[in-house]
Design a protein around this ligand. Structure first.
Ligand SMILES: *Cc1c(COP(=O)(O)O)cnc(C)c1O
Length: 371
């Protein structure tokens, strides 16, 4: 077994347990968001594991991501592209059976034209902006479509969606405001497009309550084990563990400056562990530039000095090792140091912590629920 780099363990059974928890809150089966390689956890194993749990609809960010998924997910899945389809890519998207999210009138017309030329009624998703001012048709554009229903129907929308800006803040007035706007759009869409489904909630939107559920939720984060707003919704099973191998133990005989920039002085008598894994592995984001922590055995140990490109230094004195093992690991993410806690402590998003888990780690997938 190589111990030259960190070991990232991804618990697929925990992903499926989280899927079931999310499903219990909903009356309709949700889709799962697999963008950015399932938030860095591996879209192929995660997607197939969710398929086994019953998921049939998956959202990706880009055409490339969705095209790749066509080869590893079973055929009876619906694959959506949140980033839409760029001019000239429509045929590729259509031929692969992918469903683009359309968020401009021009894109709607382009999809309609390509479908007409190919003599097919390939579905699409219409995305309307209800307050986030990111991708989406403006309410003005939506009104134009309502006034020209044939133009709307020509792109065969199977889903009408919007996205919440503040779902991870419970009391935020924007949540109710966007819900109200989308409820109006849903009534209008169903009147014009029989059978269309409506979709608003991401993970935290699901936990806002039934009013936000509509026909299809789109969870990502909750499946991957972090609670976007700490403690308010059911606890999700932690999905990732990250362990970093100790490359060298140091015991300081005199006070010493530690790391680049000599920013930290450590007194004589302290024990340090130099581990593999640095900012090139995303550790500035994962454990934090300041205040990073890990576990050596049962003891929480702090990062000292700056994180380097390939190595990080921990002060392990409190773990009181008399004769440290040649081969040891420091855990920096697990059930004791969850993505939610770490991100909270370093003032980052859980999304950033997960997606910054870079490619040098050795990934191991496990498939039974951890204790
Ligand atoms: C990323 C994303 C989601 C998933 O959000 P989570 O907070 O991870 O559940 C859902 N919908 C859209 C449009 C997204 O971009």
């Amino acid at each position: 077994m190589s111990t030259a780099t960190g070991l990232l363990t991804i618990d697929l059974a925990a992903v499926r347990a989280n899927w079931r928890t999310v499903c219990q809150h909903l009356s309709e089966r949700p889709a799962a968001v697999l963008k950015a390689d399932a938030y860095g956890l591996g879209a192929e194993p995660v997607g197939n594991s969710l398929y086994r749990a019953g998921c049939r609809e998956f959202f990706f960010a880009t055409l490339e991501e969705a095209l790749a998924a066509r080869s590893y997910l079973p055929e009876d899945t619906h694959l959506y592209i949140l980033g839409g389809v760029r001019p000239g890519e429509e045929s590729e998207c259509l031929n692969a059976g992918l469903v683009p999210v359309l968020y401009s009138l021009a894109a709607i017309d382009r999809w309609a034209k390509v479908c007409q030329q190919a003599d097919t009624k390939a579905p699409s998703v219409i995305k309307v902006d209800t307050g986030m001012t990111r991708l989406g048709l403006s309410l003005y554009d939506w009104e134009q479509l309502r006034a020209a229903p044939d133009r709307l129907r020509a792109c065969h929308p199977s889903v009408v969606m919007s996205h919440l800006a503040c779902a991870d803040e419970w009391g935020h007035p924007m949540n109710r405001e966007q819900q109200r706007r989308f409820a109006v759009i849903a009534v209008q869409a169903r009147a014009l497009l029989p059978g269309v489904r409506c979709s608003l909630a991401n993970s935290s939107g699901i936990f806002l309550g039934r009013d936000w559920h509509f026909d299809m939720a789109r969870p990502g984060a909750s499946l991957y084990g972090f609670d976007p707003h700490l403690g308010r919704e059911p606890r999700m099973h932690p999905v990732v563990q990250l362990a970093l191998p100790v490359l060298q133990w140091r015991e300081l005989r005199s006070e010493a400056a530690v790391g680049y920039g000599a920013t930290t002085k450590v007194p004589a008598g302290r024990q340090l562990a130099i581990v593999a894994g640095g900012y090139a592995d995303g550790l500035n984001r994962t454990i934090g530039r300041v205040g990073g922590q890990g576990y050596l055995g049962e003891t929480r140990v702090p990062v000292v000095g700056r994180i380097s490109m390939d190595t990080t230094i921990f002060d392990v004195t409190d773990a009181m090792l008399t004769s440290p093992a040649e081969s040891a690991w420091i855990q920096v993410l697990d059930h004791r140091l969850t993505v939610a806690e770490v991100s909270h402590r370093i003032d980052a998003l859980g999304y950033e912590v997960l997606t910054s888990l870079a490619g040098r780690y050795r990934r191991v997938y496990r498939d039974e629920v951890a204790k």
